[in-house]
Design a protein around this ligand. Structure first.
Ligand code: 2P0
Length: 326
């Protein structure tokens, strides 16, 4: 029998219309459809090997064998593939995150998308990419979108079967993102906890699903028209609405740190000087700047008035999952 091995690369993605809140915790069904840009610069390579030689699942991340707690989430994810394939074989997962340490980006999106692609190959399941996006979703919501490259929509769907990602636009035009990395520490409130708390306690959250639907409908034609100004204005507004649900949660919390505001103001000044540049932020203090990729160097030169160059990383749009050779 051929060895049950697969190896796959997936890139991380940054949402322009955010996923924030689940209507089903187990199936990871989002409250709102959302849309992201996959980035070329940050990715995870993951190999999976199913074998009767293994008595338990093992996870080796960046050459370090992980403890039980980290391995458990991977085991539960592998269970979905085992159930589908009708096997009980245990697996070894070997994963490398190619995210510059300074980027401080969460890697669950690329991690679960890469593992989904690797399992598909190892178990010879022949799943198409849309179905793989559904499997990836069961690991982490944002992983749904990392199956595809460019601009990707994760449709909230009506249930497990149709809560999937679809490629929206290949982003083969002059667009990019600069990461302003402000903090490498583990975040205090995970996005999973943060979105659940905001959803449960913020009086503003009731506005979120309808506003997100409206913003998604508005950003799609702007993307098709390559209208960076409109895309940026919508994305920036939507990100700040997300953060408004944290400030208005009870008890309140925020992912902002003092330098976050310095970064936002710096980007606004750059925009006032005539260079299109827009802010988005996720469940952490880092600021991401949406811009024309051809402007990235001069934007980073201006940002260096406030931040050292090693905290600034520019990326072009990236592609979807790729199978790698053994
Ligand atoms: C997003 N985030 O759309 C939003 C914006 C963070 C803020 O998707 O609980 O790690 O595993 O589904 O995917 C990060 O949340 O959460 C995320 P789970 P996930 O990118």
């Amino acid at each position: 029998m051929a060895p049950l091995q697969g190896i796959c690369r997936a890139h991380t993605n940054i949402a322009l219309i955010k996923y924030w809140g689940k209507r089903d915790q187990d199936l990871i069904l989002p409250m709102n459809s959302n849309l992201s840009l996959t980035l070329d610069r940050f990715y995870t390579d993951t190999e999976v090997h199913f074998s009767s030689d293994f008595t338990s699942d093992r996870l080796i991340l960046n050459d370090t064998l992980q403890e039980e707690a980290e391995t458990q989430r991977i085991s539960q994810f592998l269970d979905h593939f085992r159930a589908y394939a009708g096997t009980s074989l245990k697996a070894q997962v070997t994963s490398y995150n190619h995210v510059p340490t300074a980027a401080g980006l969460a890697s669950s999106a690329s991690a679960f998308a890469a593992l989904a692609g690797a399992c598909n190959q190892a178990l010879a399941l022949g799943l198409d990419l849309t179905t793989l996006s559904r499997f990836a979703r069961l690991g982490s919501g944002s992983a749904t979108r990392s199956i595809f490259g460019g601009f990707v929509e994760w449709q909230k769907g009506t249930g497990d079967k149709d809560s999937i990602a679809l490629p929206f636009d290949d982003a083969q035009w002059d667009i990019g993102m600069i990461i302003i990395a402000l903090n490498k520490k583990q975040k205090v409130i995970s996005s999973r906890e943060g979105m659940a708390h905001a959803m449960a306690t913020s009086p503003f959250y009731s506005l979120w699903p309808a506003l997100s639907k409206e913003k998604l409908a508005a950003i799609k034609p702007a993307i098709k028209a390559h209208d960076l100004q409109k895309i940026g204005e919508i994305a920036e507004h939507h990100a700040m609405m997300m953060h408004a649900t944290t400030l208005s949660a009870n008890p309140p919390f925020s992912y902002f740190e003092p330098e976050t505001l310095v970064a936002i103001q710096a980007v606004h000044q750059i925009r006032q000087s005539g260079i299109p540049a827009y802010v988005t932020m996720d469940a952490g203090p880092n600021v991401k700047v949406l811009c024309h990729y051809s402007d990235a160097d001069r934007i980073m030169a201006k940002l260096q008035d406030h931040f050292p160059s090693d905290q600034l990383i520019a990326s072009k749009p990236g592609q979807g999952i790729q199978l790698l050779d053994h």
